[in-house]
Write a protein that binds this ligand. Structure first.
Ligand code: HEC
Length: 135
């Protein structure tokens, strides 16, 4: 009995963190509407430009999301330390965007790294929209 309850608790906590890209898109949509009452949906093509856009970093370097993730999200990328990064496109890597905490952790880190600010919900949603539509 006690063991069963523990198992149930475990299953429940795993469920809370697990997500699908579609669920995450819904969450970003709700946030984007709060950030901007004129929000009119996510755009995969804006997401693609966002992914490839180069930013002049205050360090003097030019950086973009594709610096590490490459310009094709179906490809493996590389960290600055040459560690392999698995593809970002859902079609190439179904593990992507299935763990809300992981997604937020890396958006936080990488947006700060590239843009020197947090990404908006619009930017996150456009990017995710792009990654789910890449065939
Ligand atoms: C300095 C290298 C680097 C840059 C630049 C970079 N990333 Fe990443 N990114 C990583 C690494 C490393 C991981 C974690 C390893 C993994 O998940 O395979 C990651 C993971 C992620 C994840 C987690 C997705 C998931 O569900 O697994 C998201 C989202 C992400 N990056 C978005 C971005 C965005 C958006 C940009 C541009 C603003 C960006 N990254 C730029 C290295 C980078």
């Amino acid at each position: 009995m006690c063991k069963n309850l523990m198992l149930l608790g475990l299953l429940f906590s795993v469920n809370v963190l697990a997500a699908t890209p579609q669920e995450l898109l819904k969450q970003y949509e709700a946030q984007a509407k709060q950030e901007n009452p004129a929000f009119s949906g996510f755009s995969a093509s804006n997401g693609a430009s966002f992914f490839k856009a180069e930013h002049a970093h205050s360090s003097g370097q030019k950086v973009s999301c594709s610096t590490c993730h490459t310009t094709d999200p179906r490809n493996q990328g590389k960290t600055r330390a040459n560690k392999v990064i698995e593809p970002m496109a859902i079609i190439a890597n179904p593990q992507r965007f299935t763990d809300a905490a992981k997604v937020e952790k890396w958006f936080g880190r990488n947006c700060k790294d590239v843009l020197e600010r947090a990404c908006t919900a619009q930017e996150k949603g456009d990017y995710l929209q792009y990654l789910v539509t890449v065939k």
